[in-house]
Design a protein around this ligand. Structure first.
Ligand SMILES: Cc1ncc(COP(=O)(O)O)c(C=O)c1O
Ligand SMILES: N[C@@H](CCOP(=O)(O)O)C(=O)O
Length: 462
């Protein structure tokens, strides 16, 4: 299995190389050269197997000969052993034809744990046998950062630096990133928004002296392994509702487009998905793009679903690559135009995108009302991101079962949830004292040279 860049001008890599590389050297994102498929019989055979076994069968064709089957099974087993639910990703029913896929039973209470716990094990295995080390820099709007820190804390051969937007994550999210006291963990509060954090991260990858000097690696959904791990729960949830003999639809609260892109890959692999619905909050660039055919930045307004306060949606580039017939030059041109704030999408590409994706948005009031109404109707407490999904999912119900992804635990956003339904959700016991723990954080300017110097200095001190 080979991996190619969405901008068509970077070395072709194996799974392991792509995973350790992060961003392609032409600024693009790695994708598989071809998407392996699963037959209806292979999909049907996932019914009743453990999440770990399903993960092995779904991901195995993508990793090539990077690991033996036993090695890969061991990596998967270690990744998910810390989850607090036997099913890992349980489905609950909200209404006769609407289901919620709870993805928040991992150690940091967000769907990021599904991929990050796996990547943590993959990196340890690969770096160990190569006797190598890396510097991970991650950009986060709240959840990727804590999941990455949890997956990599305490390791000798990895330093992990997390850039988060100062003042724009929830208190719990911040505490999750700033309270670990491991020497290899560095929480950096940047003066800017998430898009600034992600832009700085990409600038670091595009500065080859820095990148090669510190052995930079990325664990954002830039990294193909992140997307791959998220493909699995589309299969397990669809199969439990009757796939491959029954179609299902998914609604996905969307920001950086990684999670819904994983659903797109599942569909390309043969999973019978009818609709893939993009759900955005008031920062609705993806919904506007689907309606207008132009990707146009308008600035980000902080919301009660802060992890989705994003307007440069990294993985949309992967969808554009396919919609433009895998023409890397065309994608590179669009990304160049985006530097001026906007690019039009060709009619042909838009038709392809609309064949696969529907979209909707939820305002702040609608998100609050959804938290309140779903609690009243069925007792499910939603986080604000999941509520955005449920609101848009409700608007797209049809005869096909709809699965909405619940991407975070409500206790990560207690203020918004309390405001909506008058009750404060409790943190699970392992995090109950989170607000009392001491914080270790460095406030940093939105300045590439400053950040690179700081990272080099911290690494030298270790
Ligand atoms: C809780 C939560 N929901 C939804 C999203 C959006 O997911 P994606 O960026 O993969 O579109 C994020 C951030 O990524 C998140 O943290
Ligand atoms: N919402 C994310 C933003 C980063 O997304 P990623 O999937 O590219 O890591 C977050 O919580 O940090």
């Amino acid at each position: 299995m080979k991996y190619i860049s969405t901008r068509g001008n970077a070395p072709v890599l194996s799974f392991e190389e792509a995973m350790l590389t992060g961003l392609a050297r032409d600024g693009g994102l790695y994708v598989p050269e071809t998407i392996p498929t699963m037959s209806a019989d292979e999909i049907a055979a996932l019914a009743g197997v453990s999440y770990e076994e399903a993960a092995f069968r779904v991901m195995r064709p993508f990793v090539g000969d990077a690991f033996t089957d036993d090695e890969f099974k061991g990596i998967i087993a270690r990744a998910y052993e810390g989850f607090r639910h036997e099913a890992r990703a349980p489905l609950v029913q909200l209404a006769p034809n609407h289901f919620l896929l709870e993805l928040f039973h991992g150690p940091t209470l967000a769907f990021k744990d599904f991929a990050m716990q796996l990547i943590g094990q993959l990196f340890q295995f690969s770096l160990g046998r190569r006797n190598d080390r890396v510097t991970i820099v991650g950009a986060t709007s709240g959840d990727t950062g804590s999941a990455a820190i949890e997956a990599f804390r305490g390791l000798d051969n990895v330093d992990v630096f997390i850039l988060f937007p100062h003042g724009r994550v929830s208190d719990i999210q911040r505490k999750q990133m700033t309270t670990p006291d491991d020497a290899n963990v560095h929480a950096l509060a940047l003066d800017g928004d998430f898009d600034d954090c992600q832009a700085k991260l990409k600038d670091m990858f595009n500065d080859f002296d820095f990148r090669d000097g510190v052995k930079l690696a990325g664990v954002n959904s830039i990294n193909w392994a992140r997307v791959l791990a998220q493909v699995v729960y589309y299969f397990t949830s669809a199969v439990s509702l009757g796939a491959p003999y029954r179609e299902v639809s998914f609604t996905v609260p969307t920001g950086n487009f990684g999670d819904i892109f994983a659903g797109y890959i599942a569909k390309k692999m043969g999973l019978p998905i009818k609709d893939l619905v993009i759900a955005t909050n008031q920062n609705d660039i993806l919904h506007r793009t689907m309606e207008s055919g132009a990707y146009t930045k308008e600035g980000v307004t902080p919301s009660i679903s802060p992890s989705m306060d994003i307007q440069v949606s990294s993985n949309f580039e992967r969808a554009l690559f396919d919609a433009y017939g895998r023409d890397g030059n065309a994608v590179a041109q669009l990304m160049e135009e985006l530097k001026d704030g906007s690019f039009p999408i060709s009619q042909g590409a838009m038709e392809i995108l609309r064949e696969t994706f529907k979209s909707g948005r939820a305002s702040e009031d609608e998100t609050m009302a959804t938290i309140r109404d779903e609690f009243t109707a069925c007792g499910e407490v939603l986080c604000p991101h999941s509520a955005v999904g449920v609101k848009v999912g409700n608007e797209n119900l049809s005869g096909t079962p709809m699965i909405t992804l619940a991407t975070a635990h409500p206790a990560k956003f207690p203020d918004a949830v309390e405001q909506a339904m008058g009750r404060r959700p409790d943190l699970p016991p392992h995090m109950a004292d989170m607000m009392d723990r001491e914080e270790h954080v460095t406030r940093v300017p939105n300045d590439l040279a400053y950040l690179e110097a700081l990272i080099k200095e911290r690494i030298a001190q270790r």
